[in-house]
Design a protein around this ligand. Structure first.
Ligand code: CMP
Length: 197
């Protein structure tokens, strides 16, 4: 039997890029997270970022292997779900590519089957997840990265991750309702995170 869930972990305050403090029970929002009790001089800010294992990853049965990599790195899963996304959400998510020639194909592809949406939390999580995914075009992705190990085509590049704090904040809010993001402590955190995180 596993250890009981820790519901007594210190309440997490959320600090948006604006510097405002928000309550995660009311707002899923920001990508930058800071425990209210953390000594700020010691460690990088905790960030939250959106990860999608796109329909090709689900169909190729790579979900577990992809998520395992992030768990093993030390990032914390704070949100996770299987979604068959509709065109409206797909178009919102990829709005920045609306004028690109591949936009229609991209929306068709991302809506072609279920995908896994996750929110990962950790120090510098946005940069870490991007690096672990590898370059968008798999032939440029370093071996050892997810795309560098498992993908060969740009349109079937398995994963998506937020590329900046601003994008992470918007994407997390687009894909997850506030109540779908959970706060919990992990016993391993004292080995993974700097003191106070
Ligand atoms: P992703 O990180 O999800 O962000 C945009 C996606 O567009 C990208 O990964 C690719 O899967 C997809 N895409 C399809 N064709 C192209 C292209 N020619 N150039 C860049 N991205 C492309």
């Amino acid at each position: 039997m596993g250890a009981p869930r820790d519901r007594s972990s210190p309440r997490t305050a959320i600090r948006a890029a604006t510097g405002k403090t928000q309550d995660t029970t009311r707002d899923a929002g920001p990508a930058v997270v800071a425990h209210s009790e953390r000594p700020t001089h010691l460690m990088a800010e905790l960030q939250r970022t959106l990860l999608l294992v796109k329909p090709d990853g689900v169909q190729r049965q790579l979900v577990g292997r992809v998520l395992t990599r992030f768990e093993e790195r030390g990032l914390k899963l704070v949100g996770l779900k299987l979604v068959w996304v509709d065109k409206t959400l797909a178009e919102q998510h990829y709005a920045v590519h609306r004028d690109k020639p591949f936009f229609r194909g991209l929306v068709d592809f991302i809506t072609s089957g279920p995908l896994v949406a996750a929110v990962l939390e950790g120090p510098n999580a946005i940069e870490i997840v991007r690096a672990m995914n590898g370059a968008t075009r798999p032939h440029e992705a370093a071996p050892g990265s997810i795309r560098g190990d498992f993908a060969v085509e740009t349109a079937q590049n398995l994963v998506h991750a937020s590329d900046s704090p601003e994008t992470a904040e918007a994407e997390v809010a687009l894909w997850f309702r506030p109540g779908e993001l959970l706060e919990y402590g992990r016993d391993i955190d004292r080995w993974v995170l700097a003191p106070g995180e």
